[in-house]
Write a protein that binds this ligand. Sequence first.
Ligand code: 8IG
Length: 283
Amino acid sequence: MSDSTPSAESAVDAGRTAADPELLARSAAASIRARTGIDRIHTAIVLGSGWGAAGGHLGQPLAVIPAAEVPGFRPSPVPGHAGTLTVIRLPDGRAALLIAARTHLYEDHGVDAVVHGVRTAAALGATVMVLTNGAGGIRPSWGPGTPVVLSDHINLTGTTPLRGARFVDMTDAYSPRLRAIAHRIDPTLDEGVYAQFRGPQYETPAEVRMARAMGAQVVGMSTALETIMARALGLEVLGLSLITNPAAGITGVPLRHDEVLAAGRAAEARCSELLARIVLAAR
Ligand code: 8IG
């Protein structure tokens, strides 16, 4: 069957019109407002592998909501990933949303599902979007447990959350202001360029060499698409990677998901404290 047969065309069309993602985000925001009594949030934080304990350092939880109870969110299929949305009150009175319910492109729910948390944060009035992740490190000096501030990204997924002729500027997509705050809080932090692969398989060593040649130092499966959406919605973005493993071929040791999770857990206390201090300083 060719791509231009009527059945192929209507299938594509159905995918595009199945739901209005902005309406879905507004409905998620309304659900979170109704369950917390909070009208707007200042900061939203996506908690990736190794960053989950940050909530405890950040402030007073007002509500912990199972993600599956909020429109458009789904429980995580990945072992070791929670599935909750938590609204917290920061010590200075601002409210923040912790999103521990990330949908990855490799789950095949489409790119709108991937950026639903970002759209929901914007619908709740957030101005700062902190995107954390566990990732592979290309720089040999970054051992498991090293946090890295993202300076830029390379989107290797072949897709985008934007539709139509929407020419979003991606210069300084990762806020120089927020990066400077992170470095002030921890002057030992390194920066890196994040290459997003679709996954779910880890890279081949040749793909890691390609990413390195392109100028990447970090490889992951989540953050670039979320950053694109956040910039399109006018949010200021801070990207933080926890290097949980050397990228494939960097040490010659095969990657195992359980070891990657264990490295994340080992670094969780330090990363969570770091994240909390950055968020509190990011006014
Ligand atoms: I954790 O080595 C984690 N996530 N693409 N490569 C990619 N994603 C990752 C990796 C990795 N480690």
